[in-house]
Design a protein around this ligand. Structure first.
Ligand code: MG
Ligand code: ZN
Length: 193
């Protein structure tokens, strides 16, 4: 897996909020890799700024099989990540780390990695890198595979799903909570705390 870590390892264990990327903080367009195609989800910037004022580590974990498929490179992803990291930083917010899985089960050299969600590899790696307290941590994502990765690591989970999907969704009960967007998910965590 690939990682960008922007924070120091605390001596005491920190709680964290793990965020999926595509469909959670930015609009899902499929194999996004260009800065000019990036579009923040409504309220996502403000939510990240608000979260920056808490003691939660903010960690993004994202599957990027477009690399295994040959659509774009690790470098493209690093460049995009550095860009949006900075977009938050210049607004006095923070992102503590970003992990991505460049693999896929049917493409590329490594086909049975331990990092592609629903596997929890990126979460456990972050736990080691940043001394995290996973039982006090959360995962927010828009797919069941995000929720599954979170559950395997013992996190509490929130599934983001659009209102129309939520009514009939068989998925909403699967996570601990469901929310219509990132803002609502983060507001719930901060209220529950
Ligand atoms: Mg997603
Ligand atoms: Zn992987």
């Amino acid at each position: 897996m690939e990682k960008q870590i922007y924070t120091k390892k605390n001596k005491s264990k920190s709680p964290a909020i793990f965020l999926d990327r595509d469909g959670t903080i930015n609009e899902e367009i499929g194999y996004l890799h260009k800065i000019e195609d990036w579009e923040w989800c409504t309220g996502a910037i403000d939510s990240l700024i608000k979260l920056s004022e808490t003691n939660y580590k903010i960690i993004i974990i994202t599957n990027q099989s477009g690399i295994a498929r040959g659509y774009y490179s690790n470098y493209d992803v690093y460049k995009l990540h550095s860009w949006f990291y900075n977009e938050i930083k210049i607004r006095s917010g923070r992102i503590d780390a970003i992990y991505f899985c460049p693999h896929h089960s049917q493409f590329g050299e490594l086909r049975n990695c331990n990092c592609r969600k629903p596997k929890p590899g990126m979460i456990f790696e972050a736990q080691k890198d940043m001394n995290l307290n996973l039982t006090k941590s959360w995962l927010i994502g828009d797919k069941v595979s995000d929720v599954q990765a979170g559950q395997k690591a013992g996190l509490r989970t929130i599934l983001i799903s659009a209102a129309k999907k939520q009514e009939s969704s068989h998925n909403s009960y699967y996570a601990d909570y469901s929310a219509i967007n990132l803002k609502s998910a983060i507001d719930s965590i901060l209220t529950l705390k």
